[in-house]
Write a protein of this length. Structure first.
Length: 295
């Protein structure tokens, strides 16, 4: 628990630095476990005052209903303002094109909607829940990750961060993605959720759901993918990560409470991002998406 206390203090320090160094920050909020932890940390950082910046959710239109329901509950509970950017609007405006094919997804289409939302709200900093243990491209991120005036990320142009000194100086048009829980692991996140008794979407817990097997993964049956009736099975599954339904796989599990989930994660031999089908499109899929403005 001393480790969690240290991580919490570091995250709160980073959040306060964002609020102090930037004029128009926001918290990128997906409704998943990492963003819920961040929301809770933001609330702690400014007690007894309210969180002094809004939440931004980029809605693909393919979200898990359980996630959206809890998102709206938490917005009311914490008394924060929520801005929603809709990928469907980007499609309707012809800015992005709906994918087709076996593995079509809207996950990568979020980038355009996010950059448009940042521009519309004139944000100069976006707090995100990325962690270095998630994926090798994430491990290259600084705590303050500078993006150019096109929203692009270049790992060779990131600044050194020595002795917890965070440099938020940016040029006009640039913005920063700030990652307060960079140094946390997936296990740290789950142990913190248990310690703080945080509410998370029910799909993180084992439940019976119609799924089908695709490339070794249990994919949830949804209206966005055509699946033959004979391929569908009812299995006890849960989700380790929550994203676009069309590309987020479930894992077979009977873990119905936090203690069992934590034991399960501690014994796992692969990252939670292993359940994201869009990360498997190429060896550098995540890095390529980040370079053009992804989370």
């Amino acid at each position: 628990m001393n480790i969690l206390k240290t991580l919490e203090e570091e995250a709160i320090y980073i959040i306060r630095e964002v609020a102090g160094q930037f004029d128009r920050p926001a918290l990128l909020f997906s409704g998943g476990k990492d963003s819920i932890v961040l929301l809770h940390l933001c609330a702690k950082a400014f007690l007894p005052a309210k969180i002094p910046f809004p939440l931004v959710h980029i809605d693909t239109g393919h979200n898990f209903p359980e996630t959206l329901s809890l998102r709206d509950t938490l917005v009311k509970r914490y008394g924060v303002q929520l801005h929603i950017g809709h990928v469907q609007e980007s499609i309707d405006q012809g800015k992005v094109k709906e994918e087709t094919g076996k593995f079509h997804s809207r996950n990568s289409l979020q980038t355009t909607t996010l950059l448009d939302t940042i521009e519309k709200l004139k944000l100069d900093a976006c707090i995100g829940g990325a962690r270095r243990d998630e994926e090798k491209a994430r491990a290259k991120e600084r705590v303050f990750s500078v993006r150019d005036d096109f929203g692009q990320w270049n790992e060779k142009m990131q600044r050194p961060e020595l002795y917890d000194i965070l440099n938020g100086a940016i040029n006009a048009g640039e913005n920063v993605r700030a990652f307060p829980i960079s140094n946390w692991t997936e296990l740290d996140v789950w142990e913190y959720i248990r310690q703080e008794n945080l509410e998370i979407p029910s799909i993180y817990y084992a439940h019976n759901r119609p799924v089908y097997r695709r490339d070794g993964q249990w994919m949830p049956v949804c209206e966005f993918h055509a699946v033959a009736e004979e391929e569908i099975e009812i299995k006890s599954v849960r989700f380790r990560t929550v994203g676009d339904m069309s590309c987020t796989a479930a894992v077979a599990s009977t873990a119905s409470n936090l203690d069992v989930i934590i034991d399960e994660i501690a014994a796992s031999t692969y990252s939670e991002r292993g359940a994201r089908m869009d990360d498997k499109r190429s060896e550098g899929a995540m890095e390529q998406r980040k370079k053009v403005g992804y989370f």
